[in-house]
Design a protein around this ligand. Structure first.
Ligand SMILES: Nc1ncnc2c1ncn2[C@@H]1O[C@H](COP(=O)(O)OP(=O)(O)OP(=O)(O)O)[C@@H](O)[C@H]1O
Length: 644
């Protein structure tokens, strides 16, 4: 396709160019939204026992004393407030009795004292319960977090390449982590709310059995309206969530340092602002519509509820007139019904929360169970000894999402004191083989042995003897020192040596606080490094680790020419200097020459191997790749100068 001429007029950006019409399909973390939208109150009620039991289990593990305190205190407080109500009848009895007002008030005083004392006690106990509940929430959050990260940091690396597993982990981290404590709190609220309602129902039943159906009639309309309004809000949030996330991402791009340069050079401002405004308008319109519909539902609930309350009071009036209930009992019943209405609304709200959080909670526990199956097996062999020889034999490895093997029947070996190079074109399987050698992946067929013992039998302990300079190294948000020492103990002499070998010494010399400089610009004292400087840090990390096998995967891709030359001369001497085995992956063919052996990979298979000289004589892929690169550095033949 011909490139547009620089003078041609710019075509107007279309809606899809600006992202307006992009398909904002529901993201994976809104996994349960459709299910939530379909479920009825009955489904919620039937799933309550299982969900509650599981949540109480977590709370029990978090802090059983707080759990018991919250449970007992909230139930006692609920019962006590019903008891105080029962005593209100006596107060009213005394006040409505025959006689002079002062003597009636005097007669009511003991009951008033009891009501006040019981209400104060109930309030105090409720405070204790609230405190225990708040403590329980944070403690549950803590153990849930620890459980999740314990599993994610121990699971086999290959699990992260499984899309389903990765999605489940994302959901667990994104929602599960905070839904579990919410679920615990909501469960306890449902339990105490139920006790409260039961106690109030008991008071009403004592006053007159007919009051129980009246209670139901008076709370149902308001409860229904509350549920409907909550559902509307929830569905609107669900509908808006993807757009919101997109708006959030756009906002981030417009305010972040990383995208600031491209935003300006590609003049993206107007287009991004337009996208942002259109998403914000859509959100505002939806929320206004919801507010209006909620108001209508609440009004309807209010009218029907008002009618139901009027009916209730009418029945109470009839009971009073026919002498079925004394005036004092009717007064208490009015109070009890009002309290029960509030309690019922709160209970329905908590029930809804239990169910919503419960779905994410169940997903979280399912993920934990799944993650436990992805943990490395218990080692069947003792920790490995000093390396003599690592050997990959007939190894075949396929990624969980891979359609074909990334490595097929690969056999390579490296002995202590040797340097072996892996070469091949992009995607030929070099990094995958490096990860097999590093004990990070295990082949589905064939073996990887350390001194003749299968890595699978040794378990993660094999990593203690290996140092890997990873191609996509991590920029750890820690000090320069910790970026090199990582989890190993601090050794200044080794640190200085690793820094010298990798060129990190030059980087650190220019840092404001030297080794103690924080390499993370999200903190005020943090600094930013260039890509090549980060590469030096990653290389230094590889040299610092005391290891029998050093695997360097593209360790110089970001280095300048001088740093690269120094690195290769260092790494070639490393095996001889330390007695370690070195596996080097690089596209710089000139630096492969010095390796003791070179393996050439193609489509996951080893197609050639030998020394540089042997491979050059074979006239195969190695020679082709080597010559291609060497030619690029050779001056073209000078054109013959024509005779004058
Ligand atoms: N996480 C993954 N999930 C699925 N397939 C993967 C994954 N990582 C790599 N692959 C595939 O495995 C094959 C080998 O990839 P690998 O990274 O080992 O190649 P490489 O030789 O190191 O490439 P490069 O020179 O580009 O670094 C490729 O086809 C790649 O697409």
């Amino acid at each position: 396709m011909a490139a547009p001429s620089p003078t041609a007029p710019e075509p107007e950006p279309t809606a899809s160019d600006t992202g307006e019409n992009e398909d904002l399909t529901a993201p994976k973390w809104r996994y349960f939204d459709d299910e939530l939208a379909r479920t009825t109150l009955w489904t919620k009620l039937t799933r309550m026992p299982t969900l509650t039991a599981a949540a109480v289990g977590w709370a029990w593990r978090a802090n059983r004393r707080d759990l018991l305190t919250a449970l007992i205190a909230s139930s006692v407080a609920a019962v006590l407030s019903a008891v105080s109500l029962a005593w209100v009848t006596r107060v009213l009895d005394a006040l409505f009795s025959e006689g002079a007002l002062p003597s009636r008030v005097e007669a009511a005083l003991p009951a008033v004292a009891v009501v006040a004392a019981v209400a104060t006690l109930a309030g105090t106990i409720r405070l204790v319960s609230d405190l225990a509940l708040a403590r329980l929430g944070t403690q549950t959050e803590r153990i849930v977090e620890l459980e999740l990260f314990d599993l994610t940091t121990r699971a086999n690396l290959v699990a992260f390449d499984d899309e389903e597993w990765a999605d489940a982990m994302y959901r667990s981290r994104d929602r599960g982590l905070y839904e579990v404590p919410r679920m615990v709190t909501a469960c306890l609220e449902v339990l105490s709310g139920s006790v409260g309602l039961l106690s109030l129902a008991g008071v009403l039943a004592v006053l007159h059995p007919l009051l129980l159906p009246l209670l139901l009639v008076s709370v149902v309309p308001a409860g229904w309206a509350a549920m409907r309004a909550a559902r509307m809000e929830y569905e609107a949030q669900r509908h808006l969530s993807t757009g919101r996330r997109r708006r959030w991402i756009l906002g981030d791009r417009m305010a972040s340092r990383d995208s600031a340069a491209e935003l300006r050079s590609y003049t993206m401002r107007d287009s991004l602002m337009a996208d942002y405004a259109s998403l914000a308008d859509r959100e505002r319109a939806t929320m206004l519509a919801v507010a209006w519909r909620q108001t209508r539902v609440r009004a309807l609930g209010g009218v029907v509820g008002g009618a139901a309350t009027a009916l209730t009071y009418a029945v109470l009036g009839v009971l009073l007139v026919v002498g079925a209930m004394p005036l004092a009992a009717v007064g208490t019943a009015v109070l009890a019904l009002q309290r029960a209405q509030g309690g019922m609304q709160q209970l329905l709200y908590s029930l809804n929360r239990v169910y919503e959080s419960g779905l994410y909670f169940a997903d979280f526990t399912e993920f934990c169970d799944k993650a436990r199956t992805a943990l490395p097996p218990v080692p069947a062999a003792p920790p490995p000894g000093r390396l003599e020889r690592v050997e990959v034999r007939d190894a075949t490895f396929t990624y969980p999402t891979g359609e074909r093997p990334a490595l097929e029947e690969v056999t390579v070996h490296v002995a202590a004191g040797e340097t072996v190079a892996l070469v091949g074109e992009n995607g030929s399987g070099k990094s995958t083989l490096a990860r097999l050698l590093g004990g990070l992946y295990h082949p589905q067929a064939g073996t990887v042995d350390w001194n003749g013992v299968d890595y699978a039998r040794i378990g993660p302990a094999v990593c203690d003897r290996i140092s890997v300079i990873i191609q996509d190294h991590t920029r750890w948000p820690m000090t320069a020192r910790r970026n090199i020492t990582m989890a190993q103990s601090r050794d200044e002499a080794r640190l200085a040596e690793a820094a010298r070998l990798s060129g990190t010494d030059e980087v650190v010399a220019a840092l404001p606080r030297g080794w103690d400089t924080l390499l993370d610009t999200t903190f005020a004292s943090g600094v930013n490094l260039s890509g090549g400087q980060w590469q030096r840090i990653a290389d230094g990390r590889g040299f610092y680790r005391v290891a029998d096998l050093l695997i360097a995967d593209e360790p110089t891709s970001a280095l300048d020419a001088r740093a690269e030359a120094r690195f290769f001369s260092t790494i070639h001497g490393h095996a001889r200097r330390t007695g370690a085995a070195v596996v080097l992956i690089t596209h710089r063919m000139a630096s492969v020459r010095m390796a003791d052996r070179v393996y050439v990979l193609d489509h996951g298979r080893v197609i050639e191997h030998g020394t540089h000289d042997e491979l050059m004589r074979q006239d195969g892929r190695y020679r082709e790749l080597y010559t291609l690169q060497a030619d690029a550095y050779t001056d073209p033949e000078p054109e013959p100068v024509p005779d004058p």
